[in-house]
Design a protein around this ligand. Sequence first.
Ligand SMILES: *Cc1c(COP(=O)(O)O)cnc(C)c1O
Length: 380
Amino acid sequence: MFLPAWVEVDLEVLRGNFRRIFQDKPRGVAVLSVVKDRGYGHGAIAVAREAVRAGVCYLAVATVGEALELRDAGLEAPILVFGERNEQEIDTCLRHRLTVFVNDLRTLGEVRKAVRRIGTRAKVHVEVDTGLSRYGVRWTDALEVIREVASCPEVELEGVMSHFAQSDELDKSFALEQLRRFQSVLDAMGREGIRVRYRHMCNSGGFLDLPQAHFDLVRLGILPLGVYPSQVCRRIEGIRPVMSVRARIAALRDLEPGDVVGYGMHYRAASHRRIAIVPIGYADGFPRVRNRGHMLVRGKKAPIVGGNAMDATMIDVTEIEGVSRWDVVTILGRDGEEEITAHEIASWRGTVSYDILAGWGPRLARVYLDAQGPDTQVLC
Ligand SMILES: *Cc1c(COP(=O)(O)O)cnc(C)c1O
């Protein structure tokens, strides 16, 4: 089928990234793969399969629905569901062996009741809020909850974790304060003889820059996808972006001096220009821009002209030799020597790279490239 625009996911690159992360990490540290929000737009099942093959011991998502999709796809690995669970979700979690958080005594009571109803023991983690002020029990109150959970026969307290408010910037002072708070909880647990299999605190930024916070397990979302959480964190040699976004030029137009381009007439040609119409717009997750940013055609940068539409963006190809209709345009990723990164596109929209990766719309087909696979698969 002809695809006007698509998201390309290179599974061989994903595999290589996991390999490099496993070579880089200290021996005793286990890896959990975070595949929430459709694996940050790469496909949760595809990323989870590669993660499991690479040797991760855990998967994580943000909703029970996301976890069930992984179970339906045949993924048997332990799955941690981030966030809080409503009473109505707990039975489903137990039936599908999903690990849930218990951060207060009321939830503990609900989980205990569900365990008695269903007859399988629950695996739970406790989240300690050390300063993000999101989920979890405040570090000053954590020991009481941990003690109750640990002494409860219906549940297995498998993990105690926390989450950084900022781990990937140069200033690590708040991260180190959070680490001290978390450590104080772990020390208090130690004094009472409470042991857990997984103590965990690091996301990708923490994994790269805070080895003293690795503990037993690190939770990696963006790094295996080949995108660094920030511009200043440590780099691992050979990590490359897994996702590219491409389209085909749908039309070419020659502008006379004085012609305007796009809604709002934000561009006026000062001379004869040749522009290409790219069938991708802000409905597809590309930022809504005006005379800002560029795309790649035949290995060269073509600046965006005018304001883009829901379904189309205009680029100036005057300076590029031999451009034809249906030529491939690179919106995210590499073409020859040039590359457009998620960080760059994020700066055009005033957001972060996570938002760009996960933000591509469902209208774009997902194309999986797999050098080891039988063929290039196209999943729409
Ligand atoms: C999303 C998330 C992660 C993964 O973060 P990355 O920066 O993508 O590695 C880890 N832990 C928690 C609790 C998360 O919500």
